[in-house]
Design a protein around this ligand. Structure first.
Ligand code: GLC
Length: 511
């Protein structure tokens, strides 16, 4: 009689020869190979880090991205080309978050977006990754613009400050020195225009978009006015200095010192028009300097720059602009995202942005860098300009406040309302937004007096709602806010501007 063990051996041998056994063996062998060979290969697939970039700046990033990817084969960067205008890029980022899960790991943050994105909980705290010693190497305004509620959410990679451009050759023709005040500038512009040497006197950004708020911030400073005092939330738009500032700009159009089309122009429009040689003065950011002096430029070698103008009794100063990286609180790859941020904000990369694009660095020492000074000697003067800047109000409700200002300035520049009515209405709407009492109740305090630049501390009295304003939805012009009772009595809120046809001698607005 066969023993139990010999029976089991016979069964095992037969099982080993059976088809199911061979099938199971194949599957096991495949799984083993997969785990030893295929899975490690799969797990080495690079992590993708995505962000949106302003269209005109993508060409400067492309070679850097290739270089980063070569040095970091485990990371792939997906740069999405956005629109030309800063606030449209903001809208795209905002709507990505509102949809519930932003596909972007990084956000290239304009200095005025930090508070809004941080208040909404969309940014990671970067404080521990960016120690005090490194912060001290950066421009103060850039760091202040990266902080919300004492927490650092943004690492700057370039700063910005508005400057006045002038044509040295045309000023020489009429024997004029570069102006100190807005009034002097207009006088010189008229002289050159009357002599027939230039068609346009002064070019500036007047379209209804973020650039108009930046431009107006510095005219306000030059006239001794203010927009919002961040300490008290006092609104200064209906103060005489602010109305005078707006009236000054309206008059440049009325007197044909500025073309009527200026109310539709953004930075690149005015840069191109100035570069064609038809204008005496221009307000723009420093990125335009290398472009104006490139080979083939009709104004090559004839352009001077100086700090933004003041008026009798008030110093001028450029508006603080600039960009920095934030990491999305929704990213699944914070470590890889941080490695990208470290690269893009490094001294070496900021230096390349300065040399290749003329961008003004956030790292202070680069203003004394021998290679940069050899290429652009004006960088030593720019250091003073970028330190003496007028910030826009750094509150979480900035986007809404800027929408209001843009809308009413646009109405004044295109002649749909006068400067005084426009700024009175803008002031009322801004007070409604901030929840402060209407005129009189929130008088400016000492700190908000002319020339006392607002600090970057966020407004404390009215804690922002984390839900961004409807005015920043993508693809829409900012909708006029609901008129309040007070507003209803005043001039009606102007509608978003229908862009006028560009004149034959003026460029089509880009973007
Ligand atoms: C520049 C500035 C930015 C500003 C924008 C307005 O990009 O750096 O701060 O908001 O212009 O157009």
């Amino acid at each position: 009689m066969a023993s139990i063990s010999s029976i089991s051996l016979a069964i095992t041998a037969r099982w080993r020869r059976s088809k199911p056994f061979r099938l199971v063996s194949c599957v096991v062998a495949f799984l083993l190979t997969a785990s030893l060979v295929i899975l490690p290969v799969l797990s080495q697939q690079p992590v993708e880090i995505s962000f949106i970039m302003l269209a005109p700046e993508t060409p400067f990033f492309e070679p850097l991205i290739r270089e980063f990817e070569e040095q970091n084969p485990d990371i792939r960067i997906n740069m999405v080309e956005g629109p030309n205008e800063a606030n449209l890029v903001e809208d795209l980022n905002t709507s990505a978050y509102l949809l519930g899960s932003s596909p972007y790991d990084l956000i290239n943050l304009d200095v005025v977006w930090t508070s809004k994105f941080a208040a909404a909980g969309w940014l990671m705290d970067l404080g521990d990754r960016f120690p005090e010693e490194r912060r001290a190497e950066f421009l103060e305004g850039d760091i202040e613009g990266s902080i919300y509620n004492d927490t650092l959410y943004r690492i700057p990679w370039r700063t910005d400050a508005g400057v006045l451009y002038y044509r040295e050759d045309l000023l020489n023709e009429v024997g004029a020195q570069p102006p100190e005040t807005f009034q002097e500038m207009v006088e010189i512009a008229k002289q050159v225009q009357d002599a027939g040497s230039a068609q346009f006197g002064y070019l500036w950004q007047g379209r209804q978009y973020e650039g108009v708020s930046a431009m107006f911030t510095e005219v306000l400073k030059g006239f001794g006015g203010y927009w919002i005092n961040p300490d008290t939330n006092a609104v200064g738009l209906d103060e005489p200095e602010a109305i005078e500032a707006a009236q000054f700009l309206v008059d440049t159009i009325r007197d044909r010192v500025s073309p009527t089309g200026v109310s539709t122009y953004i930075e690149e429009d005015v840069r191109r028009l100035f570069q064609n040689g038809n204008a005496v003065f221009m307000r723009n950011w420093p990125y335009a300097i290398p472009l104006l002096n490139e080979d083939g430029s009709p104004v090559q070698g004839n352009v001077g720059t100086r700090p933004m103008l003041g008026t009798e009794g008030f110093d001028g100063g450029g508006c603080l602009g600039g960009w920095g990286w934030g990491i999305s609180s929704m990213t699944s790859h914070p470590e890889e995202a941080w490695r990208v941020v470290e690269f893009f904000t490094s001294d070496a990369v900021q230096k390349r942005f300065a040399l290749e694009a003329g961008f003004t660095p956030s790292v202070r020492s680069l203003y004394q860098d021998a290679d940069i000074l050899a290429e652009y000697p004006y960088f030593s003067d720019l250091f003073e300009v970028v330190q003496n800047v007028a910030p826009r109000p750094l509150t979480a409700q900035y986007a809404q406040a800027s929408d209001i200002l843009q809308r009413y300035l646009s109405a004044a520049f295109s002649g749909r309302t006068n400067a005084e009515d426009a700024l009175n209405a803008a002031a009322r709407e801004t007070r409604n937004l901030l929840g402060v009492a209407q005129s009189g109740a929130a008088e400016p305090t000492e700190g908000s007096a002319p020339d006392a630049a607002p600090t970057s501390e966020p407004a404390s009295e009215s804690e922002p709602s984390p839900v961004p304003d409807a005015g920043t939805q993508p693809g829409t012009q900012p909708a006029p806010a609901e008129p309040s009772e007070v507003d209803a009595e005043a001039s009606p809120a102007p509608q978003p501007e229908a862009q006028p046809e560009p004149q034959a001698d003026e460029p089509e607005a880009v973007g």
